[in-house]
Design a protein around this ligand. Sequence first.
Ligand code: NI
Length: 173
Amino acid sequence: MAVLPMRMLPDPILRQKAKRIRNIDASLLRLINDMIDTMQAAPGVGIAANQVGDLHRVMVIQLPDEEPIVFINPEITERSGEREVIEGCLSIPGYQGYLKRSITVKARGLDLHGKLFKVRADASTESERDALFAEALEHEIDHLNGILYIDHLESHESLHKLEPETAQVQASS
Ligand code: NI
């Protein structure tokens, strides 16, 4: 278990597409444990393998007061609606941006035992947990495809530099 160095923009690995995982072996489980440690140390609500310099297709999301959820080979199966969110990223410290995300997101992935599971997050329910979950699912799966939240900004003015004392207020992933 270890906290790994966070890869920051403009590290080219953040722009690479992570590769599908075929075997869940000991080295992958070690990577996942280290990703959880790194996410919790940041702290963040999610992390994708690219952010710790690895291109396995794996991500972890941890919502407030919940256990981490590990997604191997995750994919979004359905998304609908549009809403504006304020988002940050552990790989782009000190900034946050206004962008559009989906209201409802359905995704699936494999768990640590290779078993398929499905999740659904619906931000229209006024549930803060679902709103954060839907956002994190899109944010982390974007990471695995080499996409960053800044790619979704409508204009340069949508990006804001944070004052150091407020930099930790907005959840990043
Ligand atoms: Ni991020």
